[in-house]
Design a protein around this ligand. Sequence first.
Ligand code: TXA
Ligand code: MG
Length: 330
Amino acid sequence: MNDHGSMGRTARLSADEAGLAEAAAILQRGGLVAFPTETVYGLGADATQAEAVAGIYAAKERPSFNPLISHLESFEAAKVQGTFDDTARKLAEAFWPGPLTLVVPVAPTCTISDLARAGLDSVGLRVPAHPLAHALLKATGRPVAAPSANRSGRVSPTDADHVLSDLDGRIDAVVEGGASDVGVESTIVACLGGAPRLLRPGGVPREAIEALIGQTLESGLEGGEKNPLAPGMLASHYAPRAQVRLNATAIEAGEAILLFGPERMQGSEQAKAALNLSKNGDLKEAAAHLFSYLRQLDASGAQTIAVAPIPETGLGDAINDRLRRAAAER
Ligand code: TXA
Ligand code: MG
């Protein structure tokens, strides 16, 4: 697949053992597969492979990175990825499998890529109830990151034809599993210590959650690009400690540098640390490295991270959006 998400034909896979085995194999080798869940169809990629996750953004033409929900076959599998406090455990036991997503701190054993978490130390996890989603996750044996399987700005798809009308030729396959019955996305609750917060209303009613935990849910806005959370409530974006200087063409003493493409930067021998997002100028590779490289450069102790110009095409939009936020957030 190229930066614009175009590729050959999208395969329609049947909802049987052979179709699911093929879907799992595609996911394991880093491809993109849309599949039914009880809420909406998800556009799945192996959450542990950052380049596969970058493919989701390319296919959806999403202009910014936000943390994605990773789907798991069981609560047991979810515990490898996240740390569940008492409230989170209670919610998982009551509502999983089902249309509830829990945002919890990453576990030390977490294998979900930085890109799927948008660089955060928390992770969004869900165990879907749809039997085909469950079977696919079991066959894949990995966390599967999956936002709704539509192009950015369009409505969420509830059947395979909706998916193909947006993404045909841009993803490897779709599992044909009939109509999703909930039709709205999962409810998202953050359990990050302190009171649990409702980040997005969805398939599980707020009242059902409050009745179970015996307390009112605090509200927290969805951490998407349209509704950044109030500072101090819940960090919705990873921000490096260092200042970030964009479109740098030369570096100053003591800076760390984030390069892109084959060109060297003037003064780079003096850099405190230097990493190249993609020496070949491949935006998908760059997206896959973005958050971990920012963290590594931040850890060098440099006051400023100077970032080389990155083209505003394809995934470059989302990369630049993230970098602009990192440069502005202070
Ligand atoms: O019903 C659904 O949840 C569908 C189906 C396919 O399962 N999936 C879905 O995924 O809507 P997605 O990736 O589009 O959800 C992303 C939202 C973010 O906008 C954010 O609100 C929340 O999940 N989220 C995920 N991880 C988070 C985190 N670490 N911190 C805060 N919010 C997080
Ligand atoms: Mg969506």
